[in-house]
Design a binder for this molecule. Structure first.
Ligand code: NAP
Length: 493
């Protein structure tokens, strides 16, 4: 059970708070990880409402499976009307926080987590205002009375803006007070990558260029620009929205060296090294290693991306990116990491697929049927969502005369563990932030390294202006992406 804490959510009337943050905190209360006696949630936004009204607004979003825990959580919720970028209004909030902290032991005993569920341009100014009023001050490694800040995505739009935001935050906070969130790291199945790799002796010896032929990382979405998403997305695109953060995080966990421990410093230190080893493409390499695409009307959607609300009619924003990424270190030199992500695709699926090399000798000796030739004997498939599990494939002999082979599979499904409900990503991450465990949050150097990688691709696009390949909504994405497999066996799974 965590020490007494106040979670101050800036952006209390927003979408993220209602859909993710409050259900995540409630989920922690429901499983006993947070005690309603030792936690207060103080929502802050500019629109005037009472605590009672805020509670009523949030009640509509409570997931059915958490309804039973809701009544015990309601008294923990308080609302303060304030503009977080106006110092005088934060002073009122400060006084209210101190008043509320009294029954939990007073402000010096109560930890405070400031969650910035705000538009990104407010991240720096709001932290400046909080710090200006002394609200973020706390001793190094404080067990009581700690002060931490959670920063939502997007963390910058390129390397210079991410560096500027880091500089701004570090004017006021120490790095260990900053929790940059990427909700992908809160997914059980993403964390399971660490267990699979480092708590089992059988995979690690094979996890390198000697045995792995290619690594495929796919984050495929069927959703397009439903709702009001188009206006934001058109200024971002798939490279910024997905590759720089979520795909980079998965890649780092797949490619990292074994950490000395699961501490934040050890795990993040190894991930930073991976990001630092990524080949920064020259504009010429971008043309041969990256494919971008944009959906047009197709089987799953009547309208093209350019017809979506909020999207420019002549937009060249990519809704699909595939890349052949190279990790230039001893473990991975020469092994292509094939990444792809896109909107309006034929299926929604996030997975990692390692293809292992073929055996050095073909005992069948002689002509083999084309079917068998196409089989890659060994793959390890790590299913992240919506399926959650692991599949290891290998060849077996078909019963009967001769030596015909077929592919078979050993499988594990998370559902088989009997857990009623995999905790949502935000539930785990919020608890970690309250408990001061930053392992699953992004370090400054990691975020800057991944922007440097993404910026090199964007620079290549700007310089060479390669085509934005059209693909029908509901398809597998542009066929041009198949060319990224040159020199490797197989293709997109
Ligand atoms: N929604 C998601 O699923 C999601 C997912 C990942 C990341 N994020 C990130 O999370 C952040 C919030 O997203 P959202 O979708 O929740 O946005 P949103 O629905 O537009 O909510 C923004 C909130 O900020 C409040 N606000 C604006 N200016 C303020 C100020 N000066 N002081 C205090 N409160 C202020 C707004 O309320 P008032 O107008 O009443 O002040 C509102 O509650 C963004 O950075 C977004 O990129 C969101």
């Amino acid at each position: 059970m965590a020490n007494p804490a106040q979670i101050v959510i800036f952006g209390a009337s927003g979408d993220l708070t209602a859909r993710k943050l409050i259900p995540a905190l409630l989920g922690n209360v429901a499983v006993g990880a947070l005690s309603p006696d030792a936690v207060q949630v103080i929502g802050v936004s500019r629109s005037a409402r009472t605590s009672e009204q805020w509670r009523e607004d949030l009640a509509a979003w409570v997931p059915v499976e958490l309804a039973e825990a809701w009544p015990s959580f309601v008294p923990c919720l308080h609302y303060v009307t304030a503009d977080a970028s106006v110092p005088e209004q934060l002073e009122r909030l400060h006084q209210e926080l101190d008043r509320l902290a009294e029954p939990m032991g007073g402000e010096s005993k109560v930890g405070r987590l400031f969650y910035l569920a705000l538009a990104p341009e407010l991240f720096g100014p709001v932290v400046g205002c909080l710090a200006g009023r002394g609200m973020t001050e706390c001793p190094v490694d404080a067990a009581d009375g700690w002060r931490r800040v959670v920063i939502e995505k997007p963390f910058g739009v390129d390397l210079p803006s991410a560096q500027a935001l880091n500089r701004e935050l570090l004017r006021w906070l120490r790095e260990e007070q900053i929790y940059r969130i990427d909700h992908y790291l809160g997914k059980e199945t993403v964390q399971n990558l660490l267990t699979l790799r480092f708590q089992n002796a059988i995979f690690e010896p094979l996890w390198n260029r000697n045995h792995v032929e290619s690594v495929e990382i796919s984050v495929l979405e069927t959703v397009a620009m439903e709702g009001r998403r188009g206006a934001y997305y058109d200024g971002a695109g798939a490279l910024r929205d997905m590759v720089q953060n979520h795909l980079m995080q998965i890649l780092a966990l797949v490619a990292m060296e074994p950490p000395g421990s699961l501490s934040a410093a050890a795990v993040r230190g190894e991930k930073i090294k991976v990001v630092g080893s990524l080949r920064r493409f020259t504009p010429k390499e971008v043309a041969t290693h990256v494919v971008r695409g944009q959906y047009v009307a197709g089987p799953s959607r009547d309208q093209a991306y350019r017809q979506e609300i909020g999207v420019a009619p002549r937009s060249r924003t990519e809704t699909y990116v595939a890349a052949r990424v190279l990790v230039d270190n001893w473990r991975w030199s020469g092994v292509p990491f094939l990444l792809r992500t896109g909107k309006a695709l034929h299926r929604a699926s996030t997975e990692v697929l390692l293809r292992f090399r073929t055996p050095p000798v073909d005992l069948l000796n002689g002509p083999v049927s084309p079917d068998v030739c196409r089989l890659r004997p060994n793959t390890l498939r790590i299913l992240i969502q919506p399926e959650e599990g692991v599949r290891l494939s290998f060849l077996v002999k078909e019963p009967g005369a001769g030596m015909r082979m077929r592919s078979s599979e050993l499988g594990f499904d998370y559902g088989d563990l009997g857990s009623d409900r995999t905790p949502p990503a935000y539930q785990r991450l919020l608890l970690d932030a309250i408990e001061g465990n930053a392992t699953l949050f992004i370090h400054k150097d990691e975020v800057e390294g991944s922007w440097a990688f993404a910026d090199a691709i964007r620079a290549g696009w700007e310089e060479a202006d390669p085509p934005v390949h059209r693909y029908p909504a509901g398809s597998h994405g542009p066929e041009a992406a198949d060319a990224l497999w040159h020199g490797c066996e197989g293709g997109w799974s």
